[in-house]
Design a protein around this ligand. Structure first.
Ligand SMILES: *Cc1c(COP(=O)(O)O)cnc(C)c1O
Length: 386
């Protein structure tokens, strides 16, 4: 089986884990946790990092410390893995779903602008959705598949309307927006170290911010909101969201290879594009924007023309031939828990269109050219028989 996205653990991971085991520091404090927090923050251009048990718990903490409360509304990408939407429900907020744009597949910033300017009103310094009456509390763009969102205009809108910008960069660590690392523009940026992400600890996550008070609050909430170093005194409901030193050790080992992984993934994407380019008219690709340097976390192609309706049979054929592939995520406005949410689009439902035609191909950093060629040959055979 050629795997979709398998961790490559050939660096110092085992050495660092061994060090944890020998020192006894395996739990929620230790030098690898601190080192991970410093190194990720510095890589993404933010001053403070707080390691968490998962990317989802990082998102949950980000919303809590940004002050999002029940009944408030947050603009979030419609085309995304479901985790950021679930984190919104954990704080009782209502997602406002924003369609993607068809080139980069990221949140369409024009839709956000139109909504904030035309469909919202300011009362006593706060912004309200005219249709629902709910207060708009934050913007939550998700950088999907390793490609950044067009973040500069979004940042400008967030500043103008005084909204926190919470960026879900779980899939895009190592990517750049212009010269800046993805996440560096955020009020709070969140990352994931889940098993299939670009660097992994088996599980884990991180939030990063330039705001020391937000970082301290997040750390406090992640450790059951304990108010005294000795006595068990609590003034708030907290969470057990800390990352173990053992997992942090793995991620630190992985992080040393981040640039190498990104380089490999970009080579994999180049290979697929070049090799599959002969199928113009039947295949399309995500277009890397001028301002973007994608980490190509999961290379994803689109069926086009008369191949557009063949997604199911192509997925089946590849899986039968021991090539692990995946469709994209069901669009959030079509998934049951979020189907009643307001969905901003411009008359054409791009996320459903893309999801109906998209297939993610094997993208592990250790794939050989032979394996990549086998994937392309199998796709070619399928398209030839259409
Ligand atoms: C993976 C992922 C997360 C968080 O994942 P965890 O498994 O909780 O670490 C959040 N958002 C997106 C877009 C993701 O792909």
């Amino acid at each position: 089986m050629i795997p979709l996205s398998e961790p490559v653990l050939s660096g110092n991971e085992a050495l660092y884990v061994q060090e944890c085991l020998e020192s006894g520091w395996i739990s929620s404090a230790g030098k690898f946790v601190s080192r991970l927090e410093k190194e990720v923050a510095s890589k993404v251009g933010l001053s403070h990092g707080v390691a968490t048990s998962s990317g989802t718990s990082a998102l949950h903490l980000a919303l809590l410390v940004a002050g999002v409360v029940p009944g408030e509304e947050v603009l979030v990408s419609d085309l995304t893995f479901i985790a950021p939407l679930n984190s919104l429900r954990y704080v009782g907020a209502t997602p406002v779903l924003v369609d993607c744009e068809p080139q980069s597949w990221q949140m369409n910033v024009e839709l956000v602008r139109n909504f904030l300017v035309r469909d919202c009103e300011t009362r006593q310094g706060k912004l309200f959705n005219k249709a629902s009456g709910g207060r708009i509390a934050a913007l939550m763009p998700v950088h999907v598949l390793g490609h950044p969102v067009d973040i500069e205009p979004l940042r400008a809108l967030a500043s103008h309307f005084e909204l926190p910008l919470i960026e879900d960069a779980s899939e895009s660590l190592g990517a750049f927006y212009r010269e800046r690392p993805v996440g560096s523009t955020a009020t709070i940026a969140c990352y994931s170290f889940n098993g299939n992400k670009i660097v992994t600890g088996g599980g884990g996550g991180m939030l990063a911010t330039d705001d020391q008070a937000l970082a301290e609050k997040a750390r406090y909430l992640s450790t059951q909101a304990k108010d005294d170093p000795l006595y068990y005194i609590h003034h708030e409901i907290g969470y057990n969201y800390r990352l173990s030193n053992l997992q942090a050790a793995v991620v630190v080992g992985q992080l040393e290879q981040l640039e190498h992984f990104v380089q490999k993934k970009r080579q994999i994407a180049d290979f697929y594009r070049k090799e599959l380019n002969t199928w113009q008219g039947l295949l399309d690709f995500q277009v890397e924007q001028d301002w973007a340097r994608s980490s190509n976390w999961l290379f994803t192609l689109l069926l086009a023309g008369r191949a557009s309706t063949s997604l199911g049979s192509l997925l089946e054929t590849l899986i039968e031939n021991k090539i692990q592939v995946r469709p994209l995520w069901q669009p959030m406005h079509l998934s049951k828990p979020y189907s009643s949410c307001q969905f901003l689009h411009n008359g054409r439902d791009w996320s459903a269109d893309l999801v109906g035609r998209a297939i993610s191909l094997p993208s592990s950093a250790n794939l050989s050219e032979d394996q990549l060629a086998r994937v392309c040959a199998q796709i070619g055979e399928f398209l030839r028989c259409l």
